[in-house]
Write a protein that binds this ligand. Structure first.
Ligand code: C2E
Ligand code: CA
Ligand code: CA
Length: 532
């Protein structure tokens, strides 16, 4: 059996665990959501940057492509005629450094220098070419060493003739390739097998570690790729996470607190009692009451037992006070009434057989007990005598006495339980007019061992006899106690000496087997202290 404190502690521990779990889960979830959204945002930004760079270069190269027919028709035209046209064209395209015409592999006309006679292969080894080419290269003539982007359009099938447009890539790298720390630490332009980084010259290799590469975006119109390096969307989002922590902790604490409030009723012992009632985990036991002289069973007291599948057997000393405290004693007593009526067949069906049920004082309020008895007890018309046991410690309110009178009218007997342990006055007895006084087991046990308490027992017995109230002694465990009580005129005895509380279904067998020993029947009753 468990103590109330242990059970309540267990519930509190469970509740704390649940709330801590809720808070932790919220923390993980909040941080997770923040991480994912930040990572997605980073990814979007990286993508937007690369797209923007590619579009920017496309926008520069597209006009060059669109005007190529006009320029191609100039190839072969003497430079003196074509030169002006080339200059005009270069002037309108701000990003073009120069436009040159090539005939039979010889660069013979330049928008800047006019007539020339240079083998194109000597300055640009990849040219001339029969295919249109985009080449990342280094300027050899005007701004020596500066990066340039060459757009080559061949005219003849052999590729010896063509138009070469040189783009001033240096000017545009700033807007295209400038890193955006901390998201983007490096940006490179790749054309063919050449690379260009912001503020640097053209190189054959990419001087950025491969594993830092987070995005490659290739143009849909021209053969170039933008390479973006950085710590990565996820890593950066992870680094950003500590700054999200205060808000996440606040949210998780709030949810943990809400969970604490929400579980107040669900994760409590009272909730468990409700659950137990619904699942019919409570079982009725009965303990026989014997006539002190004839030793015949004259009735039973119904006692509740709780076989809780989660906690094991729980003593009524644990759950009854808690049920009283949390307004659950009335539903529990209703359960006792209906279950007793359902199993009434186990008891002798005659008026002389008493069935005692324990009722809390709160059940007397507003006539509830009478209504419940009408509904659950009298409706089944049991033959047995009903005794309502009310503990002396429970205070009845003035209004409750009317209900006590009603009970008497209905021939329900009233017993004062645990008599002698409370602080009732004699006037209370007068007012209540109980039919039975149940002497608490502490007084029975004191007989022969504790002088003060056994004197109180004598006084209680005398009081009962004086007021003509039936006496029942509880907790009779020894023959000596039984003998003493019988000798002093206690009518009924109840205790482990005769029987421990048993399941109702076991009662018929016990009744059949118990046969009273006839020897002590003839001893005279001793009136111990006539109270006159
Ligand atoms: P109670 O009404 O005074 O019930 C008598 C208690 O004394 C029972 O304990 C019974 O098992 C125990 N008892 C009987 N004979 C002996 C004996 O010889 N020696 C000892 N040491 N004990 C004996 P139980 O069943 O544990 O019930 C404890 C209390 O719980 C009851 O005291 C009663 O106040 C309450 N209770 C039990 N069932 C109900 C119920 O259905 N409704 C209400 N309101 N209270 C109940
Ligand atoms: Ca009782
Ligand atoms: Ca008692």
């Amino acid at each position: 059996m468990q103590t109330a404190q242990r059970i309540i502690k267990k519930y509190r521990q469970k509740r704390v665990i649940v709330c801590v779990m809720v808070a932790l889960l919220t923390l993980i979830l909040t941080l997770g959501i923040r991480f994912i959204s930040q990572r997605n945002l980073n990814q979007e930004r990286i993508q937007a940057f690369a797209t923007h760079s590619v579009t920017a270069l496309d926008k520069i190269l597209l006009p060059l492509q669109n005007g190529r027919d006009e320029l191609q028709s100039l190839v072969g035209v003497p430079c003196s005629e074509a030169h002006l046209m080339l200059r005009k064209r270069a002037a309108t395209l701000q990003t073009v450094r120069s436009i040159t015409l090539v005939k039979e592999g010889i660069l013979y006309c330049s928008s800047i220098f006019g007539d020339r006679n240079v083998q194109i292969r000597l300055t640009q080894p990849a040219l001339p070419s029969s295919q249109p080419q985009l080449i990342l290269s280094t300027d050899q003539s005007l701004l020596k060493g500066s990066p340039i982007l060459i757009q080559w359009y061949p005219v003849s099938d052999a590729g010896e003739d063509g138009v070469m447009q040189v783009v001033n890539i240096d000017l545009i790298t700033k807007m295209m390739l400038e890193p955006q720390s901390p998201l983007i630490t490096d940006v490179s332009l790749k054309v063919g097998d050449k690379f260009l980084r912001d503020g640097q010259s053209v190189t054959d290799t990419l001087n950025v570690p491969e594993d830092t590469m987070i995005l490659r975006q290739t143009s849909a119109h021209f053969p170039f790729t933008i390479l973006v390096s950085g710590p990565g969307a996820s890593e950066l989002a992870l680094k950003n996470l500590p700054s999200e922590l205060p808000l996440a902790v606040l949210i998780s604490l709030l949810l943990g607190y809400i969970a604490w409030l929400a579980t107040a009723s669900r994760m409590s012992f009272t909730w468990e009692i409700n659950l137990g009632l619904a699942a019919r985990e409570f079982e009725l036991f009965c303990q026989p009451l014997l006539n002190a002289r004839t030793q015949k069973c004259v009735g039973v007291e119904i006692l509740l037992r709780w076989n809780n599948p989660r906690q094991g057997w729980i003593s009524p000393d644990v759950f009854i006070p808690l049920a009283e405290e949390h307004n659950l004693i009335v539903p529990l007593t209703r359960y006792v009434m209906t279950e007793t009526v359902r199993q009434i067949g186990y008891f002798p069906a005659n008026k002389g057989f008493h069935i005692g049920i324990n009722v809390a004082a709160s059940h007397f309020r507003n006539g509830t007990l009478l209504r419940d008895l009408n509904r659950y007890w009298f409706s089944a018309h049991p033959k047995q005598q009903l005794i309502v046991e009310l503990t002396e410690r429970d205070a009845l309110l003035d209004g409750d006495y009317r209900l006590v009178r009603e009970l008497h009218r209905k021939e329900v007997k009233l017993a004062i339980d645990d008599f002698g342990t409370g602080n009732s006055s004699l006037s209370w007895l007068e007012k209540l007019r109980p039919d039975v006084l149940k002497i608490d087991k502490s007084f029975t046990m004191a007989l022969g061992t504790d002088a003060v308490n056994s004197t109180v027992t004598d006084i209680i017995i005398a009081l009962g006899q004086r007021l003509n109230i039936e006496l029942v002694a509880e907790g009779v465990e020894t023959q000596e106690q039984a003998r003493y009580l019988r000798h002093h005129g206690v009518n009924t005895l109840q205790g482990f000496l005769y029987a421990r509380p048993m399941p109702l279904k076991d009662f018929p067998k016990w009744l059949a087997e118990s046969s009273p020993p006839p020897a002590q029947r003839n001893k005279p009753i001793l009136r111990i202290m006539p109270l006159r």
